[in-house]
Design a binder for this molecule. Structure first.
Ligand code: PLP
Length: 287
């Protein structure tokens, strides 16, 4: 079965799916995106993702490419047409196609929309979570508006590539005060030696993760001690546990930071439990 993508109103073969060379996403990174997890035949937390998409679009003054309900319909169609049971669905909206010029294009230029979906292997994710991942720190070098989920991900690409070349699966940005902001494509968490779960507040410096929000709810319903505050890299080295969260990896234990073993070097009990319970705190839309 060939893969299918949705591009500006049409379902096309993925291999042939294309946008114009003067799409502003391509030329200026003038666009936003969302990634939803597909889990056991359900799309996870669609309302939350579309709320955040709405916010990103508003912050950049890009119109919705079509009604929100229509976007939701297309998400389902693309997942269904690709027969994805476990994996992700990706949506990207840009300011559209126009003659290259930094100024916004004329009002009649329609935003572009692309939706793709692909499968992932839940067994491989499980095996990784049982082992835990290594992260490698990187100086924070992004613009201050990381709260907007834009496709301008070059700093993230470079930070993650640096992590990979140094034996890690994720990068942790560290700001000029020594505090961890977030991962290259995840939010960052620690569990202190006294069992307090800590993550940075989402009012600045990080993306307000949808997975983060669900995990915060779980932490409350599980009665765990929790503090929303910045934590430093040196505090992370001393932590009992560390983990990262994102739609594509859910809750992923971190067992090494900059080559230093975290806790006992194995995935922690808190991270493991939050991972197990995760989907009980999410909205599931059957495809
Ligand atoms: N932070 C960054 C920079 C990200 O790119 C992502 C996800 O792509 C996240 C955090 C986690 O967000 P979410 O849980 O909504 O996937």
């Amino acid at each position: 079965m060939s893969r299918i993508a949705y591009v500006n109103g049409q379902y096309v073969r993925h291999a042939e799916a294309a946008v114009h060379v003067e799409d502003r996403g391509y030329q200026f990174a003038d666009g936003v995106y969302e990634v939803c997890e597909v889990w056991q035949g359900n799309i996870v937390d669609v309302p939350r993702h579309l709320d955040r998409l709405d916010r990103s679009l508003r912050e950049l003054r890009i119109d919705w490419p079509m009604a929100r309900a229509a976007v939701e319909f297309v998400l389902h169609q693309v997942v269904r047409r690709n027969r994805v049971r476990n994996g992700l669905v990706y949506i990207q909206v840009t300011r559209g196609v126009a003659k290259r010029d930094h100024f916004f294009p004329p009002e009649d230029v329609a935003p572009s929309i692309v939706v793709t979906s692909r499968s992932s292997n839940p067994e491989a994710a499980k095996a990784l979570a049982e082992q835990g991942i290594a992260v490698v720190s990187f100086p924070e070098n992004r613009w201050p508006r990381v709260d907007i989920k834009t496709v301008a991900l070059l700093p993230n690409v470079l930070a993650k590539q640096n992590a990979k070349e140094n034996g890690g699966k994720e990068a942790w940005y560290v700001d000029s005060d020594g505090f961890v902001t977030e991962g290259g494509s995840t939010n960052a968490w620690i569990v202190t030696r006294d069992g307090t779960v800590v993550t940075r507040p989402a009012d600045s410096g990080i993306l307000r993760g949808i997975t983060r929000a669900a995990v915060l709810e779980l932490i409350q319903s599980e009665g765990l001690t929790f503090e929303e505050r910045p934590f430093s890299l040196s505090e992370a080295f001393e932590a009992k546990e560390a983990f990262v969260t994102a739609a594509t990896s859910v809750v992923m234990p971190v067992t090494k930071v900059d080559g230093k073993i975290i806790g006992n070097g194995h995935p922690g009990t808190v991270a493991t439990r939050l991972r197990e319970l995760f989907h009980t705190a999410t909205d599931l839309q059957a495809v």
